[in-house]
Design a protein around this ligand. Structure first.
Ligand code: ADP
Length: 188
């Protein structure tokens, strides 16, 4: 099974991704995590990325597809992939679709974690205390959310017309949201 996990910043994609991947033996591919580990490696390349992330804008599609390409390993013991935080704009949708075609991989569903904007900022500020992410502050969140509305949210319509979209109520306790996801995935 191959899944795209979709949702606004702070919707809990990373947390739910870990649970889904454990239960279904999927390889978790998070562009946010890939970028953060690139930054940690202290390469020059990583330095530029940190600046972009701190503004809340999107990193270039070229960098993203390179990271995704090297993260997809066909000869692994996993039963599929879970893409988290990707694709984030229409160009990334077509880059992903080309890449997957060349590797003979098909997306089975797009899980949309739906969470109200009013709740997202609280979650992000809470995560700042727990994880210290430099982009988890009110100013950057505002831009991340605007970028999401402008660039990413329109993809929902696209996936809906492809019949891949499954909406999950992302409000509640972690285990409740996970149960909703499990119930949805049982239909596959
Ligand atoms: P969140 O989902 O909470 O915004 P992520 O860890 O997914 O957090 O992303 C953090 C930042 O990394 C984004 O604000 C953006 O700058 C960059 N980023 C992550 N994924 C992508 C992507 N697919 N394309 C461009 N930039 C990305």
């Amino acid at each position: 099974m191959n899944i795209i996990l979709f949702g606004p910043p702070g919707s809990g994609k990373g947390t739910q991704a870990d649970l889904i991947c454990e239960k279904h033996n999927l390889l978790h591919i998070s562009t946010g995590d890939l970028l953060r580990s690139e930054i940690k490696s202290k390469s020059n390349f990583g330095k530029g990325i940190q600046e972009i992330i701190n503004t809340g804008n999107l990193v270039s599609d070229e960098i993203i597809i390179k990271l995704i390409n090297s993260a997809i390993k066909k000869d692994n013991d996993f039963s599929g992939y879970l893409f988290d935080g990707f694709p984030r704009n229409m160009n990334q949708v077509s880059l992903l679709s080309k890449l997957l075609k060349s590797k003979d991989i098909k997306i089975d569903c797009v899980l949309f974690l739906n969470v109200d904007k009013s709740i997202l900022l609280d979650r992000v500020l809470h995560r700042k205390e727990a994880e210290g992410r430099s982009d988890d502050n009110e100013k950057t969140f505002k831009n991340r959310f605007d970028v999401y509305c402008k660039e990413t949210q329109p993809l929902l319509q696209y996936y809906k017309s492809d019949n891949l979209l499954r909406e999950i109520n992302g409000i509640g306790e972690i285990y409740q949201i996970n149960q909703r996801i499990n119930a949805e995935l049982e239909t596959f």
